[in-house]
Write a protein of this length. Sequence first.
Length: 499
Amino acid sequence: MHIETHVLVRADVAAIFTHLHRLLTELGGEWCLVGGYVRDGLLGRPSRDIDLAVRGDAVAIASQVADALDGKFVLLDEVHQVARVVLTQGGEKWYVDFAAMRGAVEGDLGKRDFTIDAIAVPIAPFEAGLNRVECIDPLGGLSDLEGKVIRAVSDSAFRDDPARLLRAFRLAAELGFSIDGHTETIIERDGHLAASVAGERVREEVVRIVETGRAAETFRHLDRLGLLDVLIPELAPAKGVTQPKEHFWDVFDHSLETVAAVERLLLALTLNGDLLDPFAYRDELARHFEEGIGGGGLTRKGLLKIAALLHDVAKPRARTVEENGRIRFLGHSQMGADVADGILEHFRFSSREKKMVTAIINHHLRPGHLSNAPEWPTRRAIYRYFRDSGEVGIDTLFLSLADHLATRGPVFEMEGWREHVRITEYMLAARFGAENVVSAPRLVDGTVLIDTFGLMPGPRIGELLEAVREAQASGEIETEDDALDFVRKELGTDHAAQR
């Protein structure tokens, strides 16, 4: 079916299409825009990923286009004739994928994943803005776009490429669409195939899910159709594991509710009158959670949701019940960090991403302990917390808030929550406030200690410097002279101990 409609084209990509149309016309043959770029263009969503189906040797055509447009050629799949050209336009990178057309255009579209991705548009010298185009839509993709439905192209779609199983949920999360009932049925039938998907491809889809505001409901949906157990079997033992009376949910539901609480709190940073009103440092926290982690598309907000999902993953194995009936999970945070590291390694997360998630999980109980103490945390305790938690100190505080929300469920008590929020603000003041307890300028360095006290370089210098930092953070010392007097006393204590 050929239908006329409009597609939105940005000015910078219009220039790319003009060049592509000229080059492909010179090369001859047949070519069409397909896949996600067409879908996003019809929805008015920005995209820098362009998919082209071409008649002929797609790899050779891509290589020629790369040479002509000064792009980078990347061979993706020689057997199936798939290649990528990376172009730079308007200061941004654009990814143009070339794939060999399999038979007629309509037949080629019938081998794709979902109807909304099975729409083709013959490439033309588009202009910036809305362009009238003729869509080739043999499977009703335009209707499903209008109805906001993810529908598999065929009953074999997931058997042909099991990575599509997770992609269905990711598209639903990104677009706010629902998955068609029959498509859910074949997802359940073929869900076991998700275990065969390469870790890198799973990581890409998971990252894109957690970067949306629908991660919690997506994880629930994955669980309902059986895929979460296949992808992360380490979570399955948490189902039905009861917790102390302070908890409303079992361990598994609590984990998913914690992801939901993270999303609610992230949203509350930009809203007034919600759980974080009043709350200082909204702007600082909002910027913090938008920070990218490396170049893989993951931000701190997405990383925090992954940590939330996995933060209690070791509770089932750590669970004990004492004679008086008290349920305990001793050591579950440290054990959970180890389990999470293995999960993230399987999915090929980067070393930094693994280190950050495992650190959040390892330290996630500490803010609660500080909040539940009879007195508010001292400056020294706050300094030690941020020192030990490193670059995830703020993230771990936020997870602690989410953990609190997800503990009590519908019997949530506002008074205890407000106290937790106030202590969190107090600790954040040590990081963001005018008197920066966490990273105040150093009063002395190792060279000063060596020259002043005739010490030899070695581990003891580091220990003394850290003792000075703690004393400075606690307000015991303020100047370089104070620091030298402090070290002098420390060394005197050492000498006395040696005698």
